[in-house]
Design a protein around this ligand. Structure first.
Ligand SMILES: [Zn+2]
Length: 86
C-alpha cells in the first residue's frame, strides 16, 4: 500500500471516529456499502494507529479483489508500524 493508494481510499471513504464500548473485536470496521471506515476512539493512540492501518489495508485489498486472511492483514500492519514508527 503506497501513499497514492491511501489518497485514493481517503478520496472515497469517510473515516468515522466513534466512541464504542471497549471490545477487542470492535476496534475498527469497514462499511463498504456506505464507504466508511470506523475507528473506535475508546482505545490508546497507539492502538488507533494500528486499527487505522489495519482497516485501510482491508479497503486496499478488498477494492482490488485480492483475498487476504485476517492474519495477513495483522502481519502487514505490524510491518508498517515497524517501518514507520519504530
Ligand atoms: Zn481485520
Amino acid at each position: 500500500m503506497q501513499f497514492r493508494d491511501l489518497i485514493e481510499i481517503l478520496a472515497e471513504y469517510d473515516v468515522v471516529h466513534s466512541d464504542l464500548p471497549r471490545n477487542f473485536n470492535c476496534d475498527g470496521e469497514v462499511d463498504h456499502e456506505y464507504k466508511k471506515i470506523y475507528i473506535n476512539t475508546n482505545q490508546s493512540y497507539k492502538d488507533k494507529i494500528d486499527t487505522t492501518i489495519h482497516e485501510l489495508l482491508h479497503v486496499f485489498y478488498d477494492s482490488r479483489g485480492i483475498e487476504v486472511t485476517e492474519n495477513q492483514i495483522i502481519e502487514e500492519t505490524k510491518q508498517i508500524i515497524e517501518r514507520e514508527y519504530e
